[in-house]
Write a protein that binds this ligand. Structure first.
Ligand SMILES: [Zn+2]
Length: 391
C-alpha cells in the first residue's frame, strides 16, 4: 500500500501534515516525523478538494473550436454529428487523452462522460489516474450509438483501475431517443444498478417541440415515462419553471449546470433562484470542449457564480456554495466516498500555489480559488491516493 506525506500544507487555515495511506486520507494532523514512501513539501500551498465535472463529452476535445458561433440545433446537425461519424477508434483515443490531461491539469479528479468508443475511454482513464463515470450512449440514427449487447460486455468486464471507473446508461436527449426506448433504457439501468445520464430542457426549441409532440414540457414528459428519480443525472435544465423545479427536487434528481456551454450556444440562463429555493441537488459540468471550449471546471464555477449574481442576486450563490456544487454534491450523486478533505475519505485534492500572484493577498482561500485563480495556480492534483499531476 502506497503512502504520501504532505508536510506543512495549509488546510482549514492551519499548516498541517497530511498523511495518505492507500487510497484514503489517514490523518490530517500527522506528526512532523511521520514516515511515508513519498514526502511532498506543502509549504506555500493549500489543500482543496478535487473537482467533479458532472457533464462532458471528453473526446470532443477533437472538435474544440470547430463550428463555433452557431446555435445548438444547427451546430449539432451541420457540424458535430457529420464530424463524429468519420472518427476512428484511434481518433477517439487521442481525444480522450487530450481531455484527461486537460482535466488533470485544471484540478478535476472525476468526470461524468457521455461519449463514444468505450474501450478507448477505459484505456485512457486507466492510464490517466482520474475517476470517471463512462456513459453508454444511445442516440437514434448515430453511427456510434450502442446496442443492448453492451450490457453483456459490462457483466463480464473486469475493472483494471481498482474502482475508479463506473458506468451510466446515457440516452442523449428526449429529441434524439424515442419515449418507448427511454422507458426500456430506464428499466435496463435500474435492473443493472446503473445511473442514467441525459440532456434535458437545454433550449427553448426543445421545450416547444416537446409540447408539440407530447402535449407537455420536458420535465413532465420524463416524469410521465417514469424516468425521474435519485438515479438520474440531467444536464442543463435551463428551461425549467418553478413547478418543474419542485418536481425535480421531490424526485431527488441530480441537475448539472453547464454555464459556459449554455452561454456560448445561446441556450439561455439557468434558473438559479427556482432550483436553489426548491432544494434541488445541483452540480457543475463543462459540457464538451466543442461548446465550452475547455474542460476547466474551476472556470465553470466562476461563470456560474457570476451569472447567478447578474440573473438573480449577488448573495444567492457564494464561492463556497459553488465549490460544494463542484465537489461534494457530485460525489453524493454517485455515492463516491469523497468530495471533501476529511480523514477516512478518498484521498483526492488540489494543491493550490499560494505564491502565485493571482492568489495574493489571500483573505479567503475559496473566494480566491473561484474568482481569481486560473490553472497556473494548481501546483498538483491527487486522485485515489496518487499524485496524478504536478506542475
Ligand atoms: Zn452535453
Amino acid at each position: 500500500m502506497g503512502s504520501i506525506l504532505i508536510k506543512n500544507i495549509l488546510l482549514d487555515g492551519q499548516p498541517r501534515n497530511v498523511l495518505i495511506e492507500g487510497k484514503r486520507f489517514k490523518s490530517l494532523s500527522a506528526a512532523a516525523g511521520a514516515v511515508a514512501q513519498t514526502v511532498i513539501d506543502g509549504t506555500g500551498k493549500a489543500l482543496l478538494p478535487g473537482l467533479y465535472n458532472m457533464h462532458t463529452h471528453a473526446a470532443m476535445t477533437l472538435m474544440r473550436g470547430y463550428g463555433d458561433d452557431t446555435p445548438l440545433e444547427r451546430w449539432l446537425e451541420d457540424y458535430i454529428w457529420p464530424y463524429e461519424a468519420q472518427l476512428s477508434s484511434e481518433d477517439f483515443h487521442r481525444g480522450y487523452e487530450l481531455a484527461n490531461r486537460e482535466m488533470a491539469e485544471t484540478g478535476t479528479v472525476f468526470f461524468n462522460d457521455m461519449y463514444f468508443s468505450l474501450e478507448e475511454a477505459i484505456d485512457v482513464v486507466a492510464k490517466s489516474g482520474l475517476r470517471a463515470a463512462l456513459g453508454l450512449v444511445v442516440l437514434d440514427g448515430h453511427t456510434h450509438s450502442i446496442g443492448p449487447e453492451v450490457l453483456d460486455f459490462l457483466k463480464t468486464w473486469k475493472d483494471p483501475t481498482g474502482g475508479r471507473i463506473r458506468f451510466t446508461l446515457a440516452p442523449h436527449s428526449i429529441y434524439t431517443v424515442s419515449g418507448a426506448k427511454l422507458v426500456r433504457i430506464a428499466r435496463a439501468a435500474r435492473e443493472n444498478g446503473l445511473p442514467i445520464h441525459m440532456h434535458l430542457a437545454e433550449t427553448r426549441t426543445e421545450v416547444s417541440n416537446c409540447i408539440r409532440d407530447h402535449g407537455m414540457r420536458p420535465v413532465a414528459y420524463l416524469d410521465s415515462l417514469g424516468l425521474l428519480g435519485p438515479d438520474i443525472i440531467l444536464a442543463h435544465c435551463v428551461h425549467v419553471n418553478e413547478e418543474e423545479a419542485d418536481i425535480l427536487a421531490e424526485r431527488q434528481v441530480t441537475i448539472v449546470h453547464c454555464p459556459c456551454s449554455n452561454m456560448k450556444l445561446g441556450s439561455g440562463i439557468f434558473p438559479y433562484e427556482h432550483l436553489i429555493k426548491a432544494g434541488c441537488r445541483i452540480t457543475l459540468g463543462t459540457d464538451g470542449a466543442s461548446s465550452s471550449n475547455n474542460l476547466d471546471l474551476r472556470e465553470a464555477m466562476k461563470f456560474a457564480a457570476l451569472l447567478s449574481k447578474v440573473s438573480a442576486s449577488p448573495d444567492l450563490l457564494s464561492a463556497s456554495a459553488v465549490l460544494e456544487w463542484a465537489t461534494v454534491r457530485a460525489a453524493e450523486a454517485f455515492g463516491i466516498d469523497g468530495g471533501v478533505i476529511a480523514e477516512g475519505k478518498l484521498a483526492d485534492g488540489i494543491l493550490v500555489d499560494l505564491n502565485n500572484v493571482k492568489m495574493q493577498p489571500c483573505y479567503n482561500l475559496v473566494s480566491n480559488f473561484v474568482y481569481s485563480a486560473d490553472s497556473s495556480c494548481i501546483a498538483g492534483v491527487l486522485c485515489d491516493g496518487k499524485l496524478i499531476y504536478q506542475r
